[in-house]
Design a protein around this ligand. Structure first.
Ligand code: IDP
Ligand code: MG
Length: 138
């Protein structure tokens, strides 16, 4: 059993897609272990995405991530990190496979509706960024 962090990003929350995205996640057999809605401020968004601080789109990305409420979700399952990355689809929705969350819902490469951890170390950092032990079931 592995844990991963899913974020439903501001563009998706704004368009009333929380339920549609969680429906796809649960249908894929991933288990919700913790969930909260919140709005990051700019500094918190910079902290979450600090690995991208040198990228040209960092300012825009963190501005967007702080632009409205998000939903943070801890998902569990066998091989959950890889399975959820596959369900999300490629970063750029024009490159995302049919039936993936980003293919169905994303607006652009930046406003791509969801986040997913990419490795066990990043999953551990990202889960602890949003949740403490008491907030997780199991
Ligand atoms: P990922 O979310 O598929 O793991 P990353 O490369 O880790 O993609 O990038 C983090 C986030 O930064 C993306 O989900 C997207 O919102 C944004 N992003 C990535 N590349 C670009 C870009 O070229 N222009 C604008 N935003 C980008
Ligand atoms: Mg990433």
């Amino acid at each position: 059993m592995e844990l991963t962090l899913c974020l439903i990003k501001p563009d998706a929350v704004r368009r009333n897609l929380i339920g549609s995205i969680l429906f796809m996640v649960e249908k894929a057999g991933l288990k919700v272990m913790a969930l909260k809605m919140l709005q990051l401020d700019k500094r918190q968004a910079e902290g979450f995405y600090h690995v991208h601080r040198e990228r040209p789109f960092f300012g825009e990305l963190t501005e967007y991530m702080a632009s409205g409420p998000i939903v943070a979700v801890v998902l569990a399952g066998d091989d959950a990190i890889k399975r959820y990355r596959e369900l999300m689809g490629a970063t750029d929705p024009t490159q995302a496979a049919e039936g993936t969350i980003r293919k169905v819902f994303a607006v652009s490469k930046q406003e791509n509706s969801v986040h997913g951890s990419d490795a066990p170390e990043t999953a551990a950092f990202e889960i602890s960024f949003f949740f403490n032990a008491m907030e997780m079931v199991g």
